[in-house]
Ligand binder design. Sequence first.
Ligand code: SAM
Length: 242
Amino acid sequence: MKFHIFTLFPKLFESPLEEGVIGRALKSGLVQININNIRDHSVDRHKTVDDYPFGGGPGMLLKPEPIFESVQSNIEQNRIKRDSPLILLSPQGRQFNQNIAKELSLHEEISLICGRYEGFDERIRCNLITDEISIGDFVLSGGEIPAMAIVDSVSRLLPGVINSSDSAKNDSFYDGLLQYPQYTRPADYQGMKVPEILLSGNHAEIEKWRRRESLKKTKLRRPDLISSLSLSEEERAFLENL
Ligand code: SAM
């Protein structure tokens, strides 16, 4: 899968994407990242990318021309497919979650536009992009960290990116639940013991225990997730009795 990133700070992506799961996915070619410096498409000799808001107000806004031209030149040169998602990163967008990560992972490529300063000229929002995504109800200084979060979470869902194909499926949110509690050696650390069932070797019972623990944790910590789950009668009764 290919990610096209539009940013004023290309260097911010160098180290975070070199390491770990994403670093390996890049090396193996399962993931490609094409970083575009928005400033390269500034239309004046001072390489201006921002300007004062009409009507006054604090801060500077990203001008439309460098962003439109940066995206359009990639499309014209067939570096970006015309019908692929073009996503603006913004606290005003729909809130990112695992379902959106799954939805994006089905595309061959997506583009992510990172804002800075006070944000974007509204014409970018209304006339260029196909989607607007926020990573939460808080304001960051730029769209680079949200872009990295999206690249990371979407890449994890691509076949072959993480070692065991099952491991993304066990993650929280994959099937709408929080993940069950996990333990590793030692089985007894200073009197804090691992639940007996996990040492039993009975895989059917372990699966049952994990499912129940997931349901329990989700009900206690994220009751808002429960209503969209499809549960068996037994699971419903279990939750009601908690
Ligand atoms: N004034 C803007 C507003 O209220 O919507 C916020 C501008 S913010 C300081 C600068 C840039 O950071 C945004 O244009 C956006 O690209 C990025 N950004 C900040 N918070 C974000 C969030 N929660 N999700 C996604 N992008 C965010």
